[in-house]
Design a protein around this ligand. Structure first.
Ligand SMILES: [Cu+2]
Length: 292
């Protein structure tokens, strides 16, 4: 197995209970707007929630994130209640002669055991997510992803045509015409079939980059001289956007990632077209993987 070092997109805690916020948004904005509230494949203005997950890994991370938020909310409310009780009931006026009690065995056992139980409750789903991430299933398609300063290139293996192309930022009129979001659209997209296990092998040609796709639930470092590997199985067709997530220099913000998830037939059609469009003479990339 490759040295897959997958990093989860930092589960930024934007609000207590993103789902609650999303539900509130449903009420306020109506269902049509709420359907977009989480953002599918791209962020949206006033987004409260994580982007909608489209892979198993992303779904597990998403659910784990919300579980953590609820646990955190409970802990915060409990501590707040204790603080309020102390301030209200045990202030100097109401309680002029404080108790001199220093030990209470039951209480000490409880405040040791309860946090341990909370951590165990967090650890179990956490390790479950880790197991899914590192499960390394057999790939239906492998794509080599290479980070450059400042664009990405993609190599498809011989069995689907053996071609390589660059994906540069779409700017100006081209971006407007494409209808794709600003600073997230690329001139060529990585295209993969839906419901197929896609493995990417990620490296860099110059400096360190990081291939990150929020709705797929992972980011993976692109390190010169090293091959990192991760897998995903997108369960919904669509266009998904990500960005380089390792500060790599002047145009770090201008090397977005676009992945198109399409049906099997559309993928066949695309590879047939890509083979001539991105013609190459050396037969395509070679892939090293224990599972192939
Ligand atoms: Cu970068």
């Amino acid at each position: 197995m490759g040295m897959a070092r997958a990093q989860i997109r930092p589960a930024t805690v934007r609000s207590f209970g993103g789902r609650a916020a999303a539900l509130a948004a449903t009420g306020l904005l109506g269902s049509a707007a709420a359907a977009e509230a989480a953002g599918t494949g791209q962020p949206v203005p006033w987004q409260m929630d994580l982007q909608r997950p489209v892979t198993e890994v992303a779904t597990e991370i998403y659910n784990f994130h919300h579980l953590l938020n609820w646990i955190m909310l409970a802990v915060v409310l409990f501590v707040l209640a204790l603080l309020i009780a102390v301030v209200v009931k045990f202030n100097e006026k109401k309680n002029p002669t404080p108790s001199r009690t220093t030990h209470n065995t039951m209480l000490e056992v409880a405040w040791t055991i309860v946090p341990v139980l909370i951590l165990v409750a967090i650890a179990i789903p956490s390790f479950r997510v880790l197991r899914t991430q590192l499960s390394d299933p057999k790939a239906d398609l492998m794509v080599k992803v290479i980070g450059h300063a400042w664009y990405w290139s993609y190599e498809y293996p011989e069995d689907v045509g053996g071609f390589k192309f660059d994906a540069n930022l779409l700017e100006g009129d081209d971006q407007v015409k494409s209808g794709q979001p600003k600073l997230l659209a690329t001139d060529n997209e990585m295209v993969v079939p839906v419901n197929k296990i896609v493995k990417i092998q990620v490296t860099a040609a110059d400096v360190m980059h990081s291939w990150a796709m929020p709705s797929f639930g992972f980011k993976i470092d692109a390190v010169p001289g090293r091959l990192n590997q991760f897998w995903f199985k997108a369960d919904r067709e669509g266009t998904y956007h990500g960005q380089c997530s390792e500060l790599c220099g002047q145009r770090h913000a201008y090397m977005p990632i676009t992945v198109k998830v399409v049906s099997d037939q559309a993928f066949q059609a695309w590879t047939a077209e890509a083979k001539t469009k991105f013609a190459r003479t050396d037969g395509g990339a070679k892939f090293a993987d224990a599972n192939r």
